[in-house]
Design a protein around this ligand. Sequence first.
Ligand SMILES: Cc1ncc(COP(=O)(O)O)c(C=O)c1O
Length: 386
Amino acid sequence: MKFEYAERIKRLPPYLFAEIESLINKKKAEGVDLISLSIGDPDLPPPVFVVEALKTEVANLKNHNYSFSHGEAEFRMAVSEWYKKRFNVDLPQDQVVTLLGSKEGIANIARAFINPGDQVLVPDPSYPVYANGSTILCDGTSVPVPLLEKNGFRPDFEAIDAQKAKMLFLNYPNNPTAATVDKKFLKEAVNFAKDNNIILCYDNAYSEVTYDGYTAPSILEIDGATDVAIEFNSLSKTFNVTGDRIGFAAGNKQLVEGLTKIKSQIDSGPPVYTQKAAVKALQAYTSRAAPDFLKNNNQILQERRDILVDTLYKIGYKCEKPKATFYVWVNCNGDSMQFATKLLDVGVAVTPGIGFGKHGEGYARITFTQPKERIIEACNRIADAF
Ligand SMILES: Cc1ncc(COP(=O)(O)O)c(C=O)c1O
């Protein structure tokens, strides 16, 4: 039997990582000691207190029933308190919805507000879910917004034809470019969304993975943001719990309600025990400052970042030390697939920039989610390759 895929599946662009993935698998099958600097999944463990909280909550037999599509009140309250402590933002609980990781919310928000053919402004390069899982799978039209190095990998709002746009995705600290922004930029973004009557979806998944004293802002810190914006965040990268699938969206009441309506027809929220453990995780914040475990993690990542960037610099690939995320976005002076293939030959896997969009060509994303010794070994191999 052969079944016909729906048109929306057929509209998904070719999966550009497939080629590099099959090369990676081939190397592994050959027994090559491959160092993977390609996946955005932290290698550091979750903090012990979070694992202990999970154990306790799993053991509670009352925590195994359905949750709610909008999540447990206790979790939404913890998110609201976190916004107050971390960003000094007052956020009523009904402006928060629990997510099965921020990816789920990003994918579902378009279902609530995008009609077939509606335009969605999607940064290029960017996390592929904005264009694919969200826009295309909701029958919207993805309109690329170039993120160029000369503009600090930020959109040039004046150059955007926004007349027909209904939604805009933004993500800082940014994957894949690792660019960061300040509140002045966020103010411009909010003004742009307001002037053009556009829903602003702000992805802040890396807000806590920061270095050199940089503190990432929330879009909700900006006056008037709750008129137009919804912010997505998650415990994934902050607490190294990517597999536990727990995140949240917060902001404009109608946007949160729309997302919740969609979710009520699809899922029943993350497990109650995960949400209860997540409450304890978020409560590790007592002020704006990062809790100790996070300071330690970021210190470890920062050291790796320095080793990687210094090596790249020495061999002629000049790139800035990112102030956030665990990515280095390196200008590889040419074909990004060729660059990645060349590194695979010496046993190092990186992600070719073209996989994140047309404007990602000429760059590669190198992740520092490997122990320091492996980063050093990868650096030696990279130096040998060039
Ligand atoms: C920019 C960005 N947003 C969102 C996510 C989704 O994270 P999660 O669904 O684990 O919260 C990721 C994951 O890599 C990401 O890079």
